[in-house]
Design a protein around this ligand. Structure first.
Ligand SMILES: Nc1nc2c(ncn2[C@@H]2O[C@H](COP(=O)(O)OP(=O)(O)OP(=O)(O)O)[C@@H](O)[C@H]2O)c(=O)[nH]1
Ligand SMILES: [Mg+2]
Length: 302
């Protein structure tokens, strides 16, 4: 586990929890009927909610998911793109911890426990998957994408003074109380016909945006090693060049946004502090043992 960014504007006590943290897993799907069956049955036990956000799949993805996991929460996204899907999924999540992963078999469900345990035990706000730290890896990334990710990663680290090792990776987890920091527009109140158009953060730039906003709000970010596998069936929705340009634009716009409104990060930080407060009663917490129970066993929903 590599501490990626240790910016501590407030002191963290040795965080111990009085009750079990609940976990929501958020999975965007676009025509993943042949893959989702390799993901849902392998989710570990102890997951409290599975949110599947469908982008209008025509291959029966939703039906397959319902059959495999009758308790799944199905959400229809409000616009287009993976980013919009995730924003809608986060809005529907109810767990203390939100884990985001893909449906194509590339992100292994067995790693969820590592993300959750890292959040609980480290006191971090955001557990960011990384393929490029010891223990991580990728069986999927092309040399073009690897180079692009490296350059964009370097740019973010330079501008935001972070130490990220993997900017564009979709396997991450965070405490749901941090959602105000991400300030995502899930567009629930939209009714006009043009609302289906992609907006800011609606595409594959979503991970970059989350990483930058987390850093600018001084969240504690910890990297978790993760091994990415190849997509099992079907074709990628990502277009390395055009989506790479969206990521580049995101980096500059988000960085500039921070320069223009320097107070915003402070405000967001205050929001996070408010959210933390009820859980951080030092005296009580230090007096009790960790009661976090997270079972890594396979679930019985398959
Ligand atoms: N709901 C929804 N899900 C999407 C959309 N685009 C992609 N996804 C899902 O987001 C996840 C990641 O998309 P992929 O197409 O695998 O993109 P990628 O992982 O960056 O690319 P590969 O590594 O080539 O697979 C998958 O679970 C997709 O089904 C979308 O517009 N809407
Ligand atoms: Mg994929």
């Amino acid at each position: 586990m590599t501490v990626c960014e240790v910016v501590t504007p407030w002191a963290y006590p040795e965080r111990q929890f009085t009750s079990r943290a609940t976990v929501s897993v958020v999975i965007p799907t676009l025509n993943e009927a042949r893959n989702i069956g390799h993901v849902l049955p392998r989710l570990p036990g102890g997951i409290d909610q599975v949110v599947l956000i469908d982008g209008g799949s025509t291959d029966g993805t939703v039906e397959v998911a319902r059959r495999l996991r009758p308790d799944v929460t199905i959400v229809q996204q409000t616009r287009c793109g993976k980013g919009n899907a995730l924003a809608c999924g986060f809005a529907a999540a109810t767990g203390d911890i939100v884990v985001m992963m893909d449906a194509d078999g590339s992100t292994r469900p067995e790693e969820i426990s590592q993300f959750v345990e890292t959040l609980v035990r480290s006191g971090a706000d955001f557990a960011k998957g990384s393929r490029f730290i010891p223990g991580g890896g990728s069986h999927d990334i092309t040399s073009f994408r690897r180079a692009g990710n490296k350059v964009l990663n370097l740019l973010v680290n330079t501008l935001c003074r972070t130490r990220y090792t993997d900017l564009c990776y979709g396997y991450n987890a965070f405490w749901r109380r941090c959602l105000p920091v991400f300030d995502l527009d899930h567009g629930k109140n939209e009714t006009s016909s043009d609302s289906l158009e992609m907006r800011w953060a609606d595409g594959f730039e979503i991970e970059t945006l989350l990483n930058i906003r987390a850093a600018l709000a001084s969240l504690q970010v910890v990297e978790v090693p993760s091994v990415e596998h190849g997509r099992l069936h079907g074709r990628s929705n990502l277009h390395a060049f055009s989506d790479g340009l969206r990521v580049l634009r995101t980096i500059f716009v988000e960085w500039r946004r921070r320069l223009v409104s320097g107070t915003e990060a402070q405000l967001n930080m205050a929001t996070v502090l408010d959210f933390k407060a009820p859980q951080l009663d030092n005296e009580v917490l230090l007096a009790i043992g960790t009661e976090f129970e997270y079972s890594g066993a396979a679930n019985s929903h398959s």
